[in-house]
Design a protein around this ligand. Structure first.
Ligand code: PLP
Length: 338
């Protein structure tokens, strides 16, 4: 198929940039020192490409992602790095423990009790390292690990996601703050024990020398987005949402890539034509100023998302392209809430 035949709006992955991103991260975090987060792409074909490079342990955000990874034969070592108390979903995971290695994050007596009741065998203590989200207080981690062991679970170690630091603009500043957060995680790990200290993301991929962190949970690096691009990381835009221009007016044009095709929590997307400026998005439309440029109805535009994770979750198929040729179609098969 030619790229011009792709029905829009649609995610398009530039194969050379994708390959380069995977290679750059593998060089920095080889093998299982990277535990790629699948929530950033929700696509087992991408996970398989990551596994081919030696990253055979994965991070997931939902039980459904875990089950999809097992079904795809990628269940060597799966971490649910998110809390769940849903007995049905935990039981569905527990039922697959003979086919796959399943570890779930716990951060409270309630999440531990739910995991134990469902028959989950392995856990990791999720520690609050400063992001106001999940995670127990570092001072409570040892007690929770003891309680988990008493309930019969294996405790593999700790995780602490310092998401509040991913976008600290200056590299040295970011590194210093990450190092403080990781000192809190190391303190918790000393009380918890186990082999795993799991942390970080794309924005902090190079910040763990001299810390006890054993693995990085990055996901966005594979496809990238305009927010992360502001940090000057060695990863490039591999994902665009292909759109079609459906109206051309005096000074602006409209394409069919709107709120229902883009994660917008990090702001407006960018049209990949210098001289254009996005004015706003509505449900099915992006309206952009055309400056000196001429557009015609029916032509394609490439739209760069500001946040890759929710963008991918809105689509069913990603088209992999090299030049003008579609070389593959990858189902975004980990989407949904089942
Ligand atoms: C638990 C967890 N780990 C790691 C990440 C890192 O992902 P990214 O590579 O997008 O920074 C995230 C992103 O939100 C996350 O929630």
């Amino acid at each position: 198929m030619d790229v011009h035949e792709i029905p829009t709006p649609a995610p398009v992955i530039q194969w050379p940039a994708f390959e380069a991103n995977l290679a750059a991260m593998s060089a920095a975090r080889p093998g299982t020192s990277l535990r790629p987060h699948v929530k950033a792409h929700k696509c087992t074909s991408i996970a398989a490409a990551q596994a081919e490079r030696g990253h055979t342990a994965f991070t997931c955000a939902t039980p459904g992602e875990m089950l999809g990874m097992i079904d795809a034969g990628l269940g060597d070592d799966l971490l649910l790095a998110n809390e769940t108390v849903d007995p049905r979903r935990l039981a569905a995971l527990a039922a697959r423990q003979d086919d796959a290695s399943i570890t779930v994050a716990i951060d409270s007596d309630a999440t531990l009790a739910a995991a134990a009741l469902a028959g989950i065998r392995r856990c990791l203590v999720d520690v609050d390292v400063g992001l106001p989200r999940c995670g127990c207080a570092p001072s409570d981690a040892g007690r929770l690990a003891d309680a988990a062991r008493s309930a019969g679970l294996e405790v593999r170690g700790v995780m602490g996601y310092e998401g509040h630091l991913m976008m600290v603009p200056e590299h040295g500043d970011r590194r210093r703050q990450v190092s403080d957060a990781m000192a809190a995680l190391a303190g918790a790990h000393a009380e918890v024990g186990g082999d795993i200290v799991s942390a970080g993301g794309t924005g902090t991929f190079d910040m763990y020398d001299g810390t006890t962190v054993t693995e990085l949970q990055a996901g966005s690096y594979a496809l990238m987005d305009t927010q992360y691009a502001t940090l000057g990381l060695p990863f490039h835009h591999a994902l665009t949402i292909l759109g079609t221009v459906i109206a051309v007016k005096d000074g602006y044009a409209v394409a069919d890539v709107g709120l229902k095709a883009l994660g917008m929590d990090h702001g407006n997307p960018t049209i990949a034509w210098e001289g254009t400026a996005v004015w706003f998005c509505s449900d099915e439309h992006v309206t952009f100023g055309t400056g000196e440029l001429q557009f015609t109805v029916g032509e394609h535009v490439q739209v760069l998302p500001a946040h890759v994770d929710p963008t991918m979750a809105m689509h069913e198929i990603a088209y992999v392209v090299e030049g003008d040729t579609v070389v593959d179609e990858w189902p975004i098969d980990l989407r949904g809430w089942s």
